[in-house]
Ligand binder design. Sequence first.
Ligand code: BG6
Length: 479
Amino acid sequence: MASLPKNFLWGGALAAHQFEGGWNAGGKGPSVVDVMTAGAHGVARKITKTVEDSEFYPNHEAIDFYSRYKGDIALFAEMGLKCLRTSIAWSRIFPRGDEEEPNEEGLQFYDDVFDELLKHGIEPVITLSHFEMPLHLAREFGGFRSRKVTDYFVKFAEVCFTRYKDKVKYWMTFNEINNKMDVNNPLFLWTNSGVTVKEGENPKEIMYIAGHHELLASALAVAKGKEINPEFQIGAMVSHVPIYPYSSNPEDIMLAEETMRQRYFFPDVHVRGYYPSYALKEFEREGYNIPIEHGDEEILKNGTVDYLGFSYYMSTTVKSDVVNDNRGDIVNGGLPNGVENPYIKSSDWGWAIDPVGLRYTLNRFYDRYQIPLFIVENGFGAVDTVEEDGSIHDPERIQYLRSHIEELMKAVTHDGVDLLGYTPWGIIDIVSFTTGEMKKRYGMIYVDRDNEGNGSMERSKKESFHWYQQVIKTNGETL
Ligand code: BG6
């Protein structure tokens, strides 16, 4: 079998709010996730008005990378990572979001982290906003409902691009910008856009309004970044859960096709630089009033992305004669016509395990866009058991990752997809985004911390650590 390119970026992925901790250290302001309590599988995280003493907020301390970054980066280096995908906490740089000047201590923290990574030969791959808008922008301006927040984001991006122009080459603007297409789960509009929907409002229309402002923000940031350093590679990042038709019934096929527009809408604009016709028809049909101003088309056209980063965890399936009331259930992807796929098993959290779906995704994206792709999240969230001797065996995680790597290799070597790299999610155990739990672990490095915030925070290597080390060393030949 042919091999992956020599410069393939094997790495790991993380997000500031899920692992840094230090939520109010070094002048950092509160962000939209700092008011999110812990939930569980099937129990939603609460969003409080402000930080309340009586509540437990798992992201506040997270796994304390903020003060342990040197030790953690040494472990990443030992694993052999070529890159680390992480994010910059927006409210570390602009604590409220609307200040004139950035917070120097916050900027210095990322200088230190990037220097440490580079010292170990690990390339930083940076997301500008991974669910981390300053709380003030959400409370005061309604988040990306307001076009002003577009300007604040672009300013934040410009400060980061300028400061780190010689340290970071690969950037992404917004993490999983398309999560909020599922308007039934308030978590997504809140974390993506700092938006809460008011009574009487049409959530879909509000989502598209915020989405428009974010797409502009992304395009303006891309254009600015290219001015600052033409060598930058600036990408988009979307969550991708492919939607299969349940059967060969043409109604199922067409339903899957139409539902896939929920997945494609944001990348279509990011990559092509204009609104797809199916979206314009939807706005017209539904009477949505999207504030597309004179000049916006030009902005979108001039800020298309260099590559498409995406997360892939699972697939979902739709059936035309099913309308379920199980809308919030992730197995059904929050889709009204979602059904279980009889060919696919799920994790304990109900996430369908479908490695072939990754190859399918890579091919569909590459056919559609013809730009480089980057798998910036993929992984298996599961409970881990620490044995008496301290060892941690995680064969299921290894099997999940192995089977997905096999499929990505086929996509590259057999199908000819241009793939920049692979950064499995949560390379070290972190706080889960959807549930706020610690017990839903993705890491290859175990962190001694539980759902309630107890534990020594000590790090130890899981079996998968040694396995992935070999995978990287052999460029995917040893799986
Ligand atoms: C993606 C996010 O949705 O999936 C991450 O970009 C998140 O932030 C990851 O952690 C896995 O989700 P969860 O809920 O299992 O942590």
